[in-house]
Design a protein around this ligand. Structure first.
Ligand code: HDE
Length: 711
């Protein structure tokens, strides 16, 4: 008799760490995870001793029949999987996205359109160039990839913290990455763009100019993943219920504002705390300071030209200034859960630009089209076969009935006899769905043209938006860009590459070029008058129109949630004052960490404080502000002085009460300098001053003083 028909080929039955789709054992445990309290072999056999191999006598040879030794070592030998070919270093978090309903007019995708709908997400942030173990704070672009587990299937928005890319066509991706990765002979430098091959490529291949200047700006060294913007980069097409389309660009706007490290901080962190960003994200979530972003879209009419105000929407080296097309907020992302297991979640998560849901489509951006091939392809090597959507973190939260079968690491025991359509054997199941039934039906679009290896003429403009970006920055941010180019090019050995880089800078901004040239000790080249490409003709370069939205430094105060204030104290310090300050800062969402010369506890009379950082473990980079308590040790410990001096140099708020001011003076810090707050008591005035200073991120008006001083 044939087996009973079971046409429902549901998703594989193992637990998802995201908790959805689980229909396994009722105790909530993954049958392939850890169960029971007894140490066993992978086959579930209890074992008496996992510390000694089976031997012929205590001094004798190890026996081949020791299956436990063999299994334990075999599994360990194969624990590593290939790291991502790019974006290897990352950190992830769970969260939820809530749509506000404003996108309902432009898309049918419930995840974006349905007011109040909450969709679970997993986000992975990353650097691009470094290996898995490289430092977080290197100068680089950051990945910002979001997996939305929507009820209509999985949607991945695989973006970056910069809105443009180095190349306009995916076929150049191996070139830019080979140029940026360590030199193939010595495999140095790690996770850096400050080397010859990177600058060789980006100065020969000038479509990289715009992305490169973003990397050289403060965006290349974020303060935290929580303070980065995110961008979908490409233009996408949204389709509404009436099958009308618009073109859009996606933006993530951090509620905390966009903030960066200063370069020296980034360098110190790379040595003192290479996990700076990973730690920050984990700690913030652990402390309940959940990072939040608004998701916004810039909306453009879907015209046959696919341009907006003359800007080619298919060119991923171009942005549309927010002043021309405002970012309209359509929902909010909150990250409120840390991964339980880094490997299972952050390492095994597999994003793909082709993971789309009805209502969201790609465009003909040639970079996006290449990515649609690459992301699936790379998972075959990295995750070992085609069944990676069955790995718990990648499992859709929508029912899956896909007729794919078998393959390496198959987790499902599929039932039924007809994994094909159409069929009659399984009663025709699974059935296709048309548009009305929620099927992903591509919007019909005409396609025509000669088969050519070519790009449109508009793609030849490599400099105008780099110039716009530079012109949009505040003078302090511009200085950082000058410093970054001077540093990076100063690390190159080849004179010809430095000279070529200066010719590129000359096309962005004459002053930028002159200053970098001076730093390199080279003559500044002439600024070319005409556009560089034949197809662009002899058109004069118009003066860039700044886009103020591109500047990070703004007069508006930002929330201080999760910001950290270090308080230098010790035995005998005013610990009542410390407790009072902690309470006041925590009320604003900030955190206080007690720093003292030794670990354990410090006490003053009956007051006791737990020491959270010692002079041996604290470094200024961890703190957004440093305050010296009345009664803190004044013994001239150089580590305490360096802590204060670095914070001063990095334009952080500094404060002191009582005789704490003497320690600031011993560090050579002028109490009258901007962002230095000195009072008699840790009262409302000091707290309000600190909150305001943290909200401004840094005491920017201290910059000229720092530039002129030796502290
Ligand atoms: Fe990626 N990229 N990329 N990329 N990318 C990968 O996919 C690729 C590009 C981005 O946290 C890889 O699963 C090509 C732009 C992020 O897991 C790989 C091209 C943008 C991540 C790949 C690009 C990105 C990746 C490596 C040129 C911003 C990390 C591992 C056409 C919009 C995702 C993997 C994570 C990862 C290919 C360009 C963002 C090899 C061919 C533009 C955030 O498939």
């Amino acid at each position: 008799m044939p087996p009973a028909r079971q046409p429902d080929q549901s998703a594989p039955r193992t637990v998802s760490p995201t908790g959805v789709g689980f229909d396994g054992p009722k105790d909530g445990r993954d049958p392939r995870g850890q169960a029971g309290d007894r140490l066993t072999t992978p086959n579930g056999v209890r074992i008496p001793d996992s510390d000694h191999s089976l031997k012929a006598g205590p001094r004798g040879p190890v026996l081949l029949e020791d299956f436990h030794l063999r299994e334990k070592i075999m599994h360990f030998d194969h624990e590593r999987i290939p790291e991502r070919v790019v974006h290897a270093r990352g950190a992830g978090a769970h969260g939820v996205f809530t749509a506000n309903g404003k996108a309902a007019t432009v898309t049918r995708a419930a995840v974006l359109a349905e007011e109040g709908l909450q969709t679970p997400v997993f986000v992975r942030f990353s650097t691009v160039l470094g290996s898995r173990g490289s430092a977080d704070t290197v100068r680089d672009t950051r990945g910002f990839a979001t997996k939305f587990y929507t009820k209509e299937g999985t949607w991945d928005l695989v973006g970056n913290n910069m809105p443009v890319f180095f190349i306009q066509d995916a076929i150049k991706f191996p070139d830019i990455i080979h140029a940026g990765k360590p030199h193939p002979d010595r495999e140095i430098p790690q996770a850096q763009s400050a080397h010859d091959t990177f600058w060789d490529f980006v100065t020969l291949h000038t479509e990289a100019t715009h992305h490169t200047i973003w990397n050289m700006s403060d965006r290349g060294i974020p303060r935290s993943y929580r303070t980065m913007e995110g961008f979908g980069v490409h233009t996408f097409r949204l389709v509404n219920a009436q099958r009308e389309t618009v073109l859009v660009k996606f933006h993530w706007k951090p509620k905390l504002g966009v903030h960066s490290l200063v370069w020296e901080e980034a360098q110190i962190a790379a040595g003192c705390d290479p996990d700076f960003h990973r730690r920050d994200l984990y700690d913030a979530i652990e402390n309940g300071a959940f990072p939040e972003w608004d998701l916004g879209i810039q909306v453009f009419p879907d015209t046959p030209e696919e341009t907006f105000e003359g800007i080619d929407l298919l060119d991923p080296t171009k942005i549309v200034p927010e002043e021309l097309a405002p970012v309209q907020i359509i929902g909010t992302l909150v990250l409120d859960g840390n991964p339980t297991n880094f490997f299972a979640e952050t390492e095994q998560v597999a994003f793909h630009t082709g993971h789309l849901v009805p209502g969201i489509e790609g465009t003909n951006d040639p970079l996006l089209q290449g990515r649609n091939f690459s992301y699936l392809d790379t998972q075959l090597t990295r995750l070992g076969g085609p069944n990676f959507t069955q790995i718990p973190i990648n499992r859709p939260h929508a029912p899956v009935n896909d007729s794919t079968r078998d393959g390496f690491h198959q987790q499902a025991i599929h039932t039924g006899q007809a994994p094909y359509t159409p069929n009659s054997v399984d009663d025709g199941v699974p059935f296709p769905s048309d548009w009305a039934e929620g099927g992903y039906v591509h919007v019909p679009r005409p396609v025509a043209g000669d088969v050519v290896r070519a790009a449109p003429a508009s793609f030849d403009d490599h400099f105008s938006q780099a110039a716009m970006f530079y012109a949009s920055l505040t003078p302090i941010e511009q200085q950082h860009v000058i410093d970054a180019y001077t540093f990076e090019l100063g690390k190159c050995y080849e004179q010809a590459i430095k000279e070529r880089a200066l010719t590129v800078l000359a096309r962005i901004d004459a002053d930028l070029c002159t200053q970098v040239a001076a730093g390199l000790g080279l003559p500044a080249p002439e600024v070319p008058k005409a556009a560089p490409s034949k197809r662009a003709g002899k058109a004069k370069r118009p003066a860039p129109v700044p886009s103020p939205a591109l500047a990070q430094i703004r007069p508006t105060p930002f929330p201080i949630t999760g910001r950290i204030v270090g308080v230098v104290a010790g035995d005998g310090a005013d610990l009542k004052g410390v407790a009072k300050l902690r309470e006041a800062l925590e009320a604003e969402g900030a955190l206080l960490r007690v720093i003292a010369p030794h670990g354990g506890r410090i006490s003053t009379g009956r007051d006791v404080e737990i020491v959270e950082r010692t002079f041996a473990t604290a470094r200024s980079i961890e703190f957004d502000a440093v305050v010296v308590a009345d009664g803190a040790p004044q013994d001239g410990d150089v580590r305490g002085l360096v802590l204060l001096q670095e914070a001063f140099r990095h334009l952080k708020a500094l404060g002191a009460w009582g005789d704490g001011a003497a320690l600031l003076a011993a560090a050579g810090i002028d109490a009258a300098a901007p962002g230095v707050l000195v009072g008699k008591k840790p009262g409302a005035k000091l707290t309000a001053g600190l909150v305001a200073a943290l909200g401004a991120h840094r005491a920017w008006d201290r910059a000229p003083l720092v530039a002129a001083s030796l502290v």
